[in-house]
Each structure stands twice: as structure tokens, then as C-alpha cells.
Design a binder for this molecule. Structure first.
Ligand SMILES: [Zn+2]
Length: 121
């Protein structure tokens, strides 16, 4: 199944949808809470090729249940979630590896802190 992001134009959140076509992705997401798509044209649908094939059937992914896929797509769960100054990873409560810590060099995730430590040796 092809992966799509569906969101209101200008909004910072939306849904990841698996569907065969752009139109089907849009139709599936428009029934979901949190999407203010009173007008068909107000909704932006974009392909997310790197997530293709993660689901075999059409579906709209749930933020709570399918959080990991949102995380892999680089979406973050709340407004103003901190992100790594180094690689841009957003902190996501459910995933300890995404935890961002304030260091002398700015906010950094565990992987980047470890990388820096190795560089410094
Ligand atoms: Zn990082």
C-alpha cells in the first residue's frame, strides 16, 4: 500500500494514511477527528514514499497505536516538542532513543551525544 500524509493546509498535524490512490487517502482521512477539512480543497495530500509497504491494507494510522510510524516519518506528537539540534530528531515520549538532552552544544539526542563523545576521543 502507498503511504500518504493528509493534513489541513498550513496545519502542523494530520494523519498518515495507507491507500491505493491520493483520492482514497483523502477520503479516508476526512472522516477522522482533528482534521478540519470542511472543504475538500483545504486538505493537502502528499506521498511518503519511504513508508510505502508498511501496511498491506488501506487504513488511517492512529497516533496512539501507531506512534512508531509517525516517529519514523519525522512527525512529532505535540506542539513545541524539543528536537535534536544536530540531526533534527523530534523527542517522542514513547521512544527513549528520541530523548533530547540539553548540553553545552545545544539540544541533542542520545545518538548524537554518543557520536560526539566518540569524535572527541
Ligand atoms: Zn541527534
Amino acid at each position: 500500500m502507498k503511504a500518504w500524509s493528509v493534513m489541513d493546509y498550513g496545519a502542523e498535524c494530520g494523519y498518515i494514511v495507507f491507500a491505493e490512490t491520493r483520492g482514497k487517502a483523502r477520503a479516508a482521512a476526512m472522516g477522522c477527528a482533528g482534521l478540519d477539512c470542511s472543504e475538500w480543497n483545504d486538505v493537502e495530500v502528499r506521498r511518503i514514499p519511504k513508508l510505502d509497504g508498511k501496511r498491506n491494507a488501506p487504513c488511517v494510522l492512529d497516533w496512539e497505536k501507531d506512534g512508531r510510524i509517525y516517529y519514523e516519518a519525522g512527525w512529532y506528537p505535540i506542539d513545541g516538542a524539543p528536537s535534536c539540534d544536530c540531526c533534527g530528531l523530534f523527542e517522542y515520549d514513547e521512544f527513549p532513543e528520541s530523548r533530547v538532552t540539553e548540553t553545552d552544544d545545544g539540544f541533542m539526542c542520545a545518538a548524537c551525544i554518543a557520536h560526539e563523545a566518540r569524535e572527541a576521543e
